[in-house]
Write a protein that binds this ligand. Structure first.
Ligand SMILES: NC(=O)c1ccc[n+]([C@@H]2O[C@H](COP(=O)([O-])OP(=O)(O)OC[C@H]3O[C@@H](n4cnc5c(N)ncnc54)[C@H](O)[C@@H]3O)[C@@H](O)[C@H]2O)c1
Length: 294
């Protein structure tokens, strides 16, 4: 976001003493090298310094360790995200909120419920990252640049709940199913679904570069009113056959947040996968009540 100069000022906030201040200073010390001219500041827990933000990105919460699922983070992260969402509402009541903390679909649902904001102003980021991973594995299988590929992942942002839409994936307009045999395409889909887990195993914690780039792409479309279509986690009200749930679907993203849900007209198999994914996300949302955070 800093390199894209998406704002005059970006404020980092963390609870760990001095950590956000240190990150901010480290980033500012790259300004002469990376040629940006915006201010980055850090604060330990002082939300007043974030007051009046146009966009707030929630990344606070624990990441998974090797072998863990995103869902196992709920016990810790639900309390954190609830507190953070309440503070955001107090200090930046007009902000669009982007939720990244995991389990992201449930944390987005929690943020929507806790803040009571108009639904277009709460957006979960997961599908943009998963789609970028999908395009990465497709590009390796096809030996073509990832940027020449179209590919979308919808559904939940979990190893078993995400749905890479192979039928809609194309290389310069040509369906990838015409370019790859079924076994190779199936492997691309499977690798995409465990894309995050593969990195957690290698790094010992969650990934940063691709999640950061995906978050920045989303925020750019908001602040520059680009109207890009991204798969994002949004509150559904009958679209894609689901209600009272936040899940990944393609949406138009502009300055008001997500502006419109795009209907991909899923076939029966894809819709069945979406419904199954919704069941799993709904089960996770029910845990919020058990945890008494909702
Ligand atoms: N949606 C996605 O696509 C995606 C991608 C990557 C990571 N994630 C998730 O994002 C979250 C953060 O991951 P990470 O790798 O940056 O973890 P990290 O541990 O590097 O950073 C999380 C930070 O949150 C801070 N924090 C904890 N409680 C806080 C609070 N109440 N207020 C403010 N800050 C608080 C911690 O001090 C820590 O510095 C995790 O839940 C991870 O699973 C999501």
């Amino acid at each position: 976001m800093v390199q894209k100069e998406l704002a005059d000022e970006i404020v980092l906030l963390d609870v760990k003493e001095g950590f956000a201040e240190g990150k901010a200073l480290d980033i500012m010390q790259t300004a002469a090298l990376l040629d940006f001219d915006i201010k980055v500041t850090g604060t330990t827990g002082d939300y007043a310094k974030t007051a009046g933000s146009d966009v707030v990105v929630i990344t606070s919460g624990i990441p998974r360790k090797p072998g863990m699922t995103r869902e196992e983070l709920i016990g810790t992260n639900a309390g954190i995200v609830r507190d953070v969402a309440q503070n955001i509402l107090k200090h930046s009541p007009e902000a669009v909120i982007v939720v990244i903390a995991n389990p992201m679909d449930t944390m987005t649902y929690l943020t929507a419920k806790i803040t009571g904001l108009p639904k277009n102003r709460v957006i979960g980021m997961g599908g943009i990252l998963d789609s970028s991973r999908f395009k990465c594995y497709l590009s390796q299988a096809l030996n073509v640049p990832a940027s020449d590929l179209q590919g979308t992942v919808i559904g939940g942002h979990g190893d078993t709940t995400m749905i890479p839409l192979a039928r809609f994936a194309t290389y310069m307009g040509v369906p990838v199913s015409e370019l790859l045999d079924k076994a190779t395409l199936d492997k691309v889909v499977a690798d995409t679904m465990v894309g995050g887990a593969t990195l957690t195993k290698l790094l010992g914690t969650s990934a940063w570069y691709a999640p950061g780039a995906a978050g920045a792409a989303l925020v750019e479309s908001i602040v520059r009113d680009q109207k890009k279509v991204f798969p994002c986690c949004v509150e559904l009200d009958g679209e894609y056959g689901q209600k009272d749930i936040c899940m990944g679907v393609p949406v138009v993203v502009g300055k008001c947040g997500w502006e419109k849900i795009v209907d991909y007209k899923l076939n029966a198999e894809e819709q069945a996968a979406f419904n199954k994914s919704a069941d799993a996300v709904r089960n996770m949302n029910d845990v919020l009540k058990e945890l008494k955070v909702l």
